[in-house]
Design a protein around this ligand. Sequence first.
Ligand code: Q46
Ligand code: ZN
Ligand code: ZN
Length: 312
Amino acid sequence: MTSMKCHKCAERASIRMRQHRLALCKEHYLEWFVEQTERAIHKYDMFTRQERILVAVSGGKDSLALWDVLWRLEYPADGLYINLGIDSEEAYSDESERYAREFAAERGLKLHAINVQEMYGETIPQMARRTRRTSSGRVKPCSACGMVKRHEMNRVARDLGYAILATAHNLDDEVAILFGNVMMWQTDLLARQSPTLAAAEGFTRKVKPFCRFYERETAAYTLLRGIPYIEEECPHAVGSKQLYYKDLINKIEEEQPGTKLAFYAGFLKAKEKGAFRELPDAARDGELHPCPNCGQPTTSAGVCAFCRSFNL
Ligand code: Q46
Ligand code: ZN
Ligand code: ZN
């Protein structure tokens, strides 16, 4: 917080954003944040008010902020919560579900809640252990977790007829992903990293309306709106590459405010000009075809990785 004045009304500013050379009071910040979201929705052709949206909510600050903004903008957005069965001292998964449910109930919004253990007989850490996703004796459930979340989000969106799947990735997330993709020159992933990923071959359109917000901006929104959320991070995030990249990039941002946005916006501009195009099917690892068990698109021979992991 700062003693600067709001650029719009001369009240005391609640937040100063060096990267935008902007300081705003609470009221004008909340207004600005909603306007900026609406701008991103239009700029990247994400969706219209005629399309049904499914928001992936984790109970954390970003996803609840996204659902709140879409609700205030009167978009028809329902929520999807996936209980992964991740335990910790604070019972991470059950607690985060409670925040998601309370948020929905307070606003009269529809929340679809899924429990992975109830549906597939195992929690994510149990499945990761059984399929030997470990490193130096410790379970590393993140790859399994990512796969299950992608599978379930797509399944629910398709089964229930949602045109859009919205996730709350912010600029810090996107920049960390971009940095990782560039470090490994994963050109196929660079081709697909985008604020709007068109629907294709059994996949719902995926959008990231918060992709231009710094993490501290989404945090400030949630705080100033007084939205209760789970503050605890998933215990498995500790030591992840993503967090390591975020720390590195934050150090650069401190020295040179605006670096994150410039890095990401420059990437999107390069893509607009034709960089990192998606390869035609024939040049990929394998052609996409529906999994014979669950019907979702896969490039694996036989059943998809999700069905294989759960022995379905
Ligand atoms: S929830 Fe799942 Fe994350 Fe936890 S197990 Fe890893 S991927 S860290 S976003
Ligand atoms: Zn103001
Ligand atoms: Zn399958």
